[in-house]
Every structure is written in C-alpha cells, then in structure tokens.
Write a protein that binds this ligand. Structure first.
Ligand code: SF4
Length: 275
C-alpha cells in the first residue's frame, strides 16, 4: 500500500499547474509568474527539501489534494529510504492487500476530491465502483458506526471497523482499482517487521508511523479553513457524504494560502517529532 518513489510530479487541476522537484535546475522550469513554497523537514534523520511551484489562483480546498498526494509520496519514499538504511525490513509489496480491510479515514477535502475523481471516470468503471461502494456502505451501516469524537478514540473506531471484516470497495482481484488516486491513509500505511507479512504474525510486524502525516495535516487545514468541522469520514460512506454536501462547497482560497499553511503544519509536525 505504499507509494512508489516519485522523482517528479507534474500535477494539473482545472486552473493550476504544480511542479514538485528538488533538483538544482528547478528555477529554470518555472515561468516568471509562478509562485513557490519550500518544504524542509527531516524524517528519521534524512532531510527532505522540496520546492513546490504553482499558479497562485483561487481554488477550492479539495483541489489541494493532488499536490498533497505528491508531497505525501515524497515523504513516504524518504521514510522508506530512511527505514531501510536503519536496517528495517519493509514487507509491503505490489499485490499485497492485507491492510485493505483496515479503516480508511478521509478528510473533508479528500472525500470531496475522491467523489469528483470517480465521477470523471468512464461510465462503466463508475458503475462497477458505485455498486461495490454501495455494498460496503450497507454492510457498514447495518451496525451503528461510532463517531470520530473524543468519546471514541481512533483506536476504538479502528477496532470496531476491523470487526466488520469489510474489504475495501476499491479492491478488485487483489489490486487497488484507484491506485493512482488512493487515499492518503493508504499511502501512509507502511508495515515493518518479518520478511513475510501474512496478517497473522501481528507480534512480529508493526506499523511504521511516519514522523509527519499529510493525512493529519490536510485534516487540520480543513478544520482551519472550512466551516464544516467533520474530522474524518469512513471510506465506504465518504461518497454518499460528499454528494450530500457538495452543493455547499463552493468557497475558494488562494493556492498560496492553502499550500503555505499545509507546508507550515507539516514543518510543525516534523519539529514536534524531533523534540
Ligand atoms: S483504496 Fe486501494 S489501497 Fe486503499 S484500502 Fe482500498 S484497495 Fe487498498
């Protein structure tokens, strides 16, 4: 479930282009009108320095997700390189889906973005995905889900979800049907431990928590910028939730405000991790 190394990301939304690169010739790639922010963090002793160029245009909060995913992939590839240089074994590999029964929380921005992403897919693919999302949604709602609130810790909710034995609706023939668009929670889930992780040797494997979490940073960004204070939405009900609120989500912000704050939050997380 972890991201492959991403050397360069050229991401496009309807009205903005983002370039993500740490190479020395980056300045030449940028046109004169492009704004930029820099992210400088240390992950398990390895430095990550990114320059992110963008057109400073108004965007909705969900439009930040493609660049958040690209930053996340960079952080994860740095985390993996650091972990391996420390001698840790990472058993995660293509085709493994043992973690695809876990609770996948989405932030408000990510739920809205993923719902739009699915609506842009060809009709047949949409139909297949909607059918399997509906199956998972019904199964989940058949038992009353707890709230993500102070009363129920994230671990309590995760334990309840694990008891449902509900495979992710996007898993088909042991592969992720939305791999390029998969949630930040999936990108950030890395396991370390024994050579063969088969889901039964929990005592020999552990989840490697990256010192910074783009998932949590985006959730914080949403709480700071949006009136909708929903903290997290479980994946099987996220599309239904996004449909119910999408008509009220028209507010826009300058890209520099959203991206600048996202980078600040990530640097704060990294600073706290070192303290
Ligand atoms: S979105 Fe993809 S990677 Fe994430 S849990 Fe579902 S199938 Fe697995």
């Amino acid at each position: 479930m972890y991201a492959a190394d991403l050397d360069k990301a050229h991401l496009q939304t309807e009205n903005a282009v983002f370039l993500l690169d740490e190479s020395a010739d980056f300045n030449e790639q940028l046109c004169r009108d492009t704004a930029r922010v820099c992210l400088n963090i240390t992950i398990f002793g390895k430095e990550l320095n990114l320059t992110i160029g963008f057109l400073d245009v108004p965007i909705r909060i969900c439009d930040i997700i493609p660049v958040a995913q690209a930053i996340c992939d960079k952080i994860i590839s740095t985390t993996l390189a650091s972990a391996e240089s420390l001698g840790l074994h990472i058993p995660c590999k293509k085709g493994c889906n043992l973690c695809c029964k876990n609770l996948i929380p989405l932030s408000v921005a990510e739920a809205l973005w993923l719902n739009e992403e699915i609506s842009r897919m060809p009709g047949y693919e949409q139909k297949v995905l909607h059918r399997s999302i509906e199956f998972a949604r019904r199964k989940l709602l058949a038992t009353k889900p707890p709230d993500f609130s102070e009363k129920n810790s994230k671990q309590d909710v995760s334990n309840w979800y694990a008891g449902l034995n509900l495979t992710c609706p996007f898993l088909a023939e042991n592969m992720c049907d939305i791999y390029k668009s998969r949630p930040l929670a999936c990108r950030e889930h890395i396991v370390t431990g024994t050579r063969h992780c088969d889901g039964t040797n929990a005592q020999n494997t552990q989840v490697l928590k990256p010192s910074v979490s783009v998932l949590e940073a985006v959730a914080q960004l949403c709480r700071e910028f949006e009136e909708n204070q929903t903290d997290a939405i479980m994946l099987p009900i996220a599309m239904e939730w996004a449909e119910s609120v999408k008509s009220t989500e028209s507010k826009t912000y300058y890209m520099s405000h959203l991206l600048g704050r996202l980078v600040e939050i990530l640097e704060q997380q990294a600073g706290m991790g070192q303290g």
